[in-house]
Design a protein around this ligand. Structure first.
Ligand code: DC
Length: 230
């Protein structure tokens, strides 16, 4: 199986870019952030504190998370309920960041993520895919962009969804999440030593997809259609 690990900070366009690249290459796209979001959502739904390791640990006992693939893409289920849309709010983003710092949460999700890569060719995106989840990934990419560029994209995305947010708040949230994600004790966000850096600052979505696809094809020495045809 071929696995491409894509790590990088929040808002670098990782998920959108990776999803389109996976489609072009015939890989399954696995968005691992959705798993942390699902746990953040669940802990909030129980009115527990996402930053409290004890409360979060207890919540995991009654929790079953599953990923499903449909024509609408990846769906994430919490105890059988599809929460794919509900997990995309700023509140759940912060909760996801908080729970993702808790070792029990990372352990809980590890096998689920690895099993996805055993079954099929994947492009898996997250924060620790190349460093922890798939240390033997065929190719590791660190996809990033400047904080201002990332905040602008996230801001436009939220506004398009009709959420009333201010750019300054989005930038501040993003910097706080960057700090939390890269300074936590377990699996902090950092490029794997053997990763390839892809910087999308200033790119359009199409340019970023093209850059990612061409990097993958070059490194794996495959043509854009060869995996599909195999
Ligand atoms: O990529 P995202 O914004 O959907 O991720 C949500 C949160 O989950 C983010 O704060 C970092 C965390 N996360 C993680 O710690 N490890 C991963 N592999 C994916 C996401």
């Amino acid at each position: 199986m071929i696995s491409v690990a894509i790590d990088g900070p929040a808002g670098a366009g990782k998920s959108t870019i990776s999803r389109i690249a996976a489609d072009k290459l015939g890989f399954v796209y696995v968005d691992t952030g959705a798993l942390y979001r699902a746990i953040g959502w669940y802990v909030r739904s129980l009115h527990r504190d996402p930053a409290d390791a004890g409360q979060v640990g207890q919540s995991l006992n009654g929790l079953e998370i599953a990923l499903r693939y449909t024509a609408a893409g990846q769906r994430v289920l919490v105890n059988g309920t599809d929460v794919s849309d509900a997990i995309r709010t700023p509140e759940v983003s912060m909760a996801a960041s908080a729970v993702s710092a808790i070792p029990a949460v990372r352990d809980f999700l590890l096998e689920l993520q690895r099993s996805m890569a055993r079954k099929q060719n994947v492009i898996m995106d997250g924060r620790d895919i190349g460093t922890v989840v798939l240390p033997g990934a065929t190719l590791k990419i660190f996809l990033t962009a400047s904080p201002e560029d990332r905040a602008r994209r996230r801001y436009e995305e939220l506004r398009q969804k009709g959420q009333q947010v201010a750019y300054a708040d989005v930038l501040a949230d993003l910097k706080q999440r960057d700090y939390q994600d890269s300074h936590r004790a377990v699996a902090p966000l950092q490029p794997a030593a053997d990763s390839v850096l892809v910087d999308t600052t200033g790119n359009t979505l199409e340019q970023s997809v093209e850059l990612l696809v061409s990097t993958i094809c070059k490194k794996l020495q495959i043509g854009e259609r060869s995996v599909n045809e195999a």
